[in-house]
Design a protein. Sequence first.
Length: 350
Amino acid sequence: MADDIGHLGGLLRSGLVIPAHPLALDADRKLDERRQRALTRYYCDAGAGGTAVGVHTTQFSIRQQSVGLYRPVLALAMEEMSAFERRSGKRLVKIGGVCGPTSQAREEATTLRELGYDIGLLSLGALASASDAELIAHCRAVGEILPLMGFYLQPAVGGRVLHYEFWRRFSEIESVVAVKIAPFNRYQTIDVLRGVAASGRETEIAIYTGNDDNIVGDLLTPIHAGGKALHFAGGLLGQWAVWTKRAVEMLADIRCARKQSEKIAPLLGRAIEITDANGAIFDVRNNFRGCISGIHEILRRQGLLAGRWCLDPEEKLSEGQFEEIDRVCASYPHLNDDEFVAENLDRWLA
């Protein structure tokens, strides 16, 4: 599998448009095979680098026994992608959705492998109460069968919150070739990026945006995490299931802009840094419980406040928040105005 992983990683890191494939039904809500095939042909001819089938946009309920469309839909897409490859000589990346508890996920990964799919897009929404250790064991078990693309699905549509520590450990799994980041949340997006950087595999793992609310921003933004430079290579998006040819053209434009930009890219990078710093100060991980105390802590460090005290004695820094503030202060010293405050503090306090 190692050779496959290296080849797939190279294709993904080159930057691809990957539509999340919809499901074509007729008026009786039965599979419309003709239109299902037509969709795949459209994506291939539009210049997509592959498709993702059996994912959220394909509707998770295709797996239900009463529906029974998981394998048939995956097979149709594979037939059309393979036919396109033979005609064009272009290699497509074929991604299939994998979800459910470990037994189901391994069965789905096996189905994908049998059909010729390259990668399993692994959703963890079904393991809502699992610990990080249990999640990692689950991911490793599925990754024994097929290379993996991690999937941060936004909780609003069936995902679960996954913190930095999980993404660091997930990125250390040898079979992981990519991560699709789709929490529709800047703070949680940064958690994934930090985790990939801390794993030491940031040059091996392709980062793909699934943030349909911030596609261009993600693709344009250089990200510095843990002293390492990362960027989103491409996107695996439901939004790119429509207007796909224009998405291919846009990604090409963005890649050119990233190379030529002198002023915009640094500012976009600064935006990520400020969001990361805000996440620590506002205690986002704990649902903003330590927000006011975090603000007070910065002002205390500068000497503008004597302490962090609030009217409510229970309103204080959350566990680990002090260390998180230490981290962002050390990571982004150019964001603070400590020198300015130090120069004027005596006068302001006089």
